[in-house]
Design a protein around this ligand. Structure first.
Ligand code: GRF
Length: 212
């Protein structure tokens, strides 16, 4: 069975969605470890309660990005994963780290990239007055919130939305598309070839990938 390592920094709801998909046998993968850069990440408690090995590589105890990324990579590689899944991992990664995991490093971002890279995506979407917002699963490249897109889910922006309402609508879609993308990868249907996504997905994607 293929192995994944999930990196988190906080709440870990995407990690939970992945663990739930495994528990429901919709995703056939061994979650070898959940690793956080923050010792107080709530997701660590959730993972441990489900019997998943956890580890902390605290960025505050490392001198700089290079040292932190080297320690993080050593920790990850100890679990020999086939795929590394960034799930709310709030650290900018060095080019060396990203290159080391080229083609086997996925991220989920709460916007329809290339719109709204960076932070506060939902608030910015509201301020711009866009009518469609969503989330993106992508292979990670050295540029922040950039990289070949695997799957996106779109949601409407409603006149009554505040940041929390819009974030919740997007998050529900994140929890659908991330397990799907990981499943495609571990089933060998998703690959990165010469910087392009090669995807042999189901013909009929769930309607949720288009609208809620
Ligand atoms: C999600 O919105 C994800 O897209 C972004 O950070 C958030 C993490 O949430 N990268 P959670 O920790 O998975 O609940």
């Amino acid at each position: 069975m293929k192995k994944i390592v999930i990196l988190i920094s906080g709440r870990g709801s995407n990690m939970e969605a992945l663990l739930a998909a495994v528990a429901r046998e919709e995703l056939s993968v061994e979650v070898a470890a959940v690793i956080s850069n923050r010792p107080d990440a709530k997701g660590l408690v959730t993972a441990a309660a489900q019997g998943v090995p956890t580890a902390v590589v605290d960025h505050k105890t490392h001198a700089g990005r290079e040292a932190f990324d080297a320690a993080l990579a050593a920790c990850i590689d100890g679990y020999t994963p086939d795929l590394v899944v960034l799930a709310g991992f709030m650290r900018i990664l060095t080019e060396g780290f990203v290159r080391h995991y080229e083609g086997r490093l996925l991220n989920i971002h709460p916007s329809l990239l290339p719109a709204f890279p960076g932070l506060h995506t939902h608030q910015r979407a509201l301020e711009e007055g866009v009518r469609i917002h969503g989330c993106t699963v992508h292979f990670v490249t050295p540029a922040l919130d950039h990289g070949p897109v695997v799957v996106q889910a779109a949601v409407p922006v409603c006149d009554s939305d505040d940041e929390a309402a819009l974030a919740a609508r997007v998050l529900a879609q994140e929890h659908i598309v991330y397990p799907l993308a990981v499943r495609w990868f571990v089933e060998g249907r998703l690959r990165l070839v010469d910087g392009r996504v090669m995807l042999n997905a189901e013909r009929a994607l769930p309607a949720a990938l288009v609208s809620p």
